[in-house]
Ligand binder design. Sequence first.
Ligand SMILES: [Zn+2]
Length: 182
Amino acid sequence: MSSTTAALHTPSELTFIGADEQTGIVVFQAASSHDAERVNTVALDTTNGAIICDCTGAEFGRVCWHQDHVVAAWEQGPAMQAARWLTEVALLNQGHKAAQMVKVYRERCGRPLGDDVTALVAARSEWRRRAARAAAEAAYAVVREWEGLSHSDRHIDLHFDGGRGEREYLAAQDVLGTQHAA
Ligand SMILES: [Zn+2]
């Protein structure tokens, strides 16, 4: 679903405000075009993709351009762009380093530095994206293999392997179905 005004705006109109490593939520703001006094705030939960906006349109249950563009604003931001091209090892290292810095600052100063928090949320966000993609690829491979089996091979699975192949096939379909719904 997309708002009627989505095409009139771009993700870069959303200003990054900050991230919260305890919830995984990232927050952006944009000045209201209707009311000079008002700043609209839109939040994206990077753990489950949930989006909430406090603008007038969203209050009346409409999808607003803030909601349409917040995922792209996060994905195109410097933290996610930096994480995107890291190797798996470098991504893990960056995540661990940021987590350590967040922990140290929280213990010694009461609050972590914004850049460390953003780097940590980005590392987790990118890691989750890669894990979901890997799970989907593995599930597709299982589905393709089962669907390529001959009639007699399926009988072998049923009679000699206790239907293990079919169970794995059904489980793989569940993975793909779940991910489609998400
Ligand atoms: Zn909005």
